[in-house]
Design a protein. Structure first.
Lengths: 154, 124
């Protein structure tokens, strides 16, 4: 797996198009995903036959921030910021946690991981995204992918 | 809530048809409810033959994959059998990426399998 945690801060480029901060409550997850999906659809940033991949990535990164990073504490928020840097979109998701150790993430190539009931989120995101980078010991995730098409009047 | 999430039909020889009715499985409460219902079936019918029809499910989070793995283990412990039928085309890549296509029996037609398993019941 090509997962590592980067030193320093994420390089922010492009125009901020959307920003939200939400408490770590799983009942807020689906509305948050739907809000983001609406932006991607409106701007034609994702093909309709790939929307399920985007949904999966959003679900995984939000759950990771709320449940693993913030340990499900509703007092602790996650912040999401979506950027448009021309040919690509970039989503930053920040939680308040201590981060994680990449070696603790189950390796899908290890047969012993096959029967685990958790730990597939990062593998799924790596499959579809162009880039998945972590900063601040893992408490800040950056998801990057080329837009499906250019902005249509957005 | 559960009635809108799935249907269960029981046939002879503990052949059971479980059909998930939701198109998106993202809500943690719904995923837990489906996972609990599936595991309850394995508790009630250890040697069941479970046909899990997922034709309507086009979006599914990795939390639901975890429930399916737990179900697979429970069915195996009871020496029963499990098949996922009519998996939506958008979900197959998810199973391949996570390599779960290697452990699940994927079948194209739930009705055919229900008939087949009633004709060939598990013995003992």
């Amino acid at each position: 797996m090509k997962l590592r945690i980067n030193a320093g801060e994420p390089r922010i480029s492009g125009r901020l198009v959307w920003e939200q901060t939400r408490p770590s409550r799983l009942d807020l997850k689906v509305p948050l995903i739907d809000e983001l999906l609406a932006i991607f659809r409106e701007r034609h940033w994702v093909e309709s036959d790939e929307e399920h991949w985007l949904t999966l990535c959003l679900d995984e990164v939000i759950v990771n921030g709320m449940l693993h990073g913030n340990e499900g504490d509703p007092q602790l928020p996650i912040t999401l910021r979506l950027f448009d840097d021309g040919s690509r979109w970039r989503l930053l998701v920040e939680d308040q946690g201590e981060g994680f150790v990449p070696e603790d993430v189950p390796d899908p190539d290890d047969e012993r991981s096959l029967m685990l009931e958790h730990g597939r989120g990062i593998v799924i995101m790596l499959q579809w995204l162009d880039e998945l980078r972590y900063f601040r010991k893992g408490s800040c995730a950056m998801l990057v992918r080329a837009k499906a098409r250019g902005d249509a009047g957005a | 809530m559960n009635r809108a999430l799935y249907t269960i039909e029981t046939y002879k020889y503990e052949v059971i048809w479980f059909r998930i009715l939701k198109d998106r499985l993202l809500d943690a409460r719904e995923i837990d409810a489906i996972g609990q219902a599936l595991l309850h079936l394995t508790d009630m019918h250890p040697r069941l033959s479970l046909v899990l029809e997922m034709d309507k499910v086009s979006h599914m989070s990795s939390a639901m994959l975890g429930k399916l793995v737990a179900l697979h283990k429970a069915v195996r412990r009871g020496k029963g059998r499990l098949a996922i039928c009519n998996l939506h085309k958008s979900l197959m890549p998810l199973f391949k990426v996570t390599k779960l296509d290697k452990i699940f029996d994927m079948q194209p037609d739930a009705q055919e399998l229900l008939l087949l398993w009633q004709r060939k019941p598990l013995l003992g």
